[in-house]
Design a binder for this molecule. Structure first.
Ligand code: IMP
Length: 195
């Protein structure tokens, strides 16, 4: 999928990406390079924040980071929301992955015929002291077994709508339709308009 607007001035816009997850940086950078934006990873801890949705977590985390860091930055919060588990692991996705992993999600879903799930990614942009939160969503299903070696986190058990493969089996498709790619594409267009 090509970016709709691709204004590339000589110098890229450099933005800090506040995260400890290099996979997120790689995926976001692949999208944003088409918009003339260069990301530099910056690690600032905001693990203590909990809220109902990833958009609230991203907002609260960005507010906290803005107190410690005065420059422009982006950060994102993402998670997997499984319908049959009432949205679990959701905002607890990172912790749940560490504790029970993809195997644990598959065990919790034994006997569930409704395998619907959604990945959500909310990106908070702090630019010139103003904040904007953008959310990207990708709908799909949880598989019955883990498949594929690519990507990270729950990629081996998530099959997006429109594909027969999990994210971990088809990273090219992931880069086109994922929650993160959708959110960062909107961000790229927004920043391209401002330049
Ligand atoms: P957080 O945004 O740092 O709170 O982490 C969200 C967690 O959700 C990650 O640690 C992963 O386990 C999971 N997650 C978020 N995005 C993805 C993705 O694109 N693929 C697979 N797992 C993801």
């Amino acid at each position: 999928m090509k970016p709709k607007s691709n204004k590339k001035p000589g110098k890229p816009l450099v933005l800090r990406f506040v995260t400890s997850n290099p996979h997120k940086v790689e995926e976001a950078q692949n999208i944003l390079k088409g918009y003339g934006i260069k990301l530099i990873q910056k690690d600032v801890n905001c693990d203590e924040i909990r809220a109902e949705d990833v958009s609230q977590v991203a907002y609260a985390c960005a507010m906290l980071v803005s107190k410690k860091f005065k420059g422009n930055f982006v950060l994102e919060d993402s998670g997997l929301f499984v319908k049959a588990l009432n949205g679990f692991p959701g905002v607890y996705s990172k912790v749940a992955y560490g504790k029970i992993g993809t195997g644990g999600i598959l065990r919790l879903m034994r006997g569930c015929s409704d395998r619907s799930a959604q990945f959500r990614c909310s990106v908070a942009l702090m630019l010139g002291g103003r904040m904007r939160v953008i959310t990207g969503i990708c709908n799909g299903t949880i598989t019955h077994a883990a498949k594929g070696k690519g990507g990270f986190g729950y990629d081996p058990v998530f099959k997006p709508h429109g594909s027969k493969k999990t994210f971990a089996e088809d990273l090219v498709y992931k880069s086109r339709v994922s929650h993160r790619s959708r959110a960062f594409r909107v961000l790229g267009r927004l920043l391209a308009k401002k330049r």
